[in-house]
Design a protein around this ligand. Structure first.
Ligand code: GAR
Length: 208
């Protein structure tokens, strides 16, 4: 059974999609053993608690400096010995130590087709604002492994979504979530939990 720790910052709709997929057996061989937020008021924490999942906040605001925050964050992760860490709308840069220790065991959902509209400064609604500013006709979402860069790790799954002429950032964000994010994040977790994912030469291979 794959032990999953989920990191969240906000509303937690992707977390909810994973909780629902486990409940409905669309993800098998996996359980969420802890949810951590950097934001103590994140609605995602309420979603976790409502599902009976251990949930806590580790906020940079509660520590003297970055180093103390990183230590506390690492402790909150390691005491649960997760097999997989899922960043589901987690908007804090991870401690490098954590990335080293959990190489190829951290995944992230990003609301665009990487390598478009990603990297520093591209997160949440801003991604969709930039997509509309540029006028691209297709966007989407990507699930990828996390390495030391920003949105640079091996890509696991992507799903394209059409941009409509009269979209607002909010409308587009909702469509990308519904048609892409809430589908490919649970799917990627199920693939990992069932041994279908390998990494070769920095690229993901998926067996059936
Ligand atoms: C999601 O759209 C996710 O892709 C994005 O934040 C949102 C969180 O929503 N993540 C990033 O932009 C990471 N660079 P949620 O809390 O409702 O799941």
């Amino acid at each position: 059974m794959l032990k999953i720790l989920v990191c969240v910052s906000g509303g937690g709709t992707n977390l909810q999609a994973v909780i629902d997929a486990i409940r409905e057996n669309r993800i098998t061989n996996a359980q969420i053993i802890r949810v951590i937020s950097n934001n103590r008021n994140a609605y995602a924490l309420e979603r976790a608690r409502a599902a009976g999942i251990d949930a806590l906040s580790v906020s940079p605001k509660e520590y003297a400096d970055r180093e103390a925050f990183h230590e506390a964050f690492l402790r909150a992760v390691e005491e649960k010995e997760p097999d997989l860490i899922v960043l589901a709308g987690f908007l804090v840069v991870l401690p490098e130590e954590l990335i080293r220790r959990y190489r190829n065991r951290i995944i992230n959902i990003h609301p665009s087709l990487i390598p478009s509209f990603c990297g520093k400064g591209f997160y949440g609604i801003r991604v969709h604002e930039k997509v509309l500013e540029r006028g691209v006709k297709i966007t989407g979402a990507t699930v990828h492994f996390v390495d030391e860069g920003t949105d640079t790790g091996p890509i696991i799954l992507q799903q394209a979504v059409t941009v409509e002429d009269d979209d607002t950032p909010e409308i587009l964000q909702k469509r990308v979530m519904e048609q892409a994010e809430w589908k490919i994040l649970p799917k990627a977790i199920d693939d990992i939990a069932n041994g279908r994912i390998t990494i070769m030469d920095g690229k993901v291979r998926r067996s059936r």
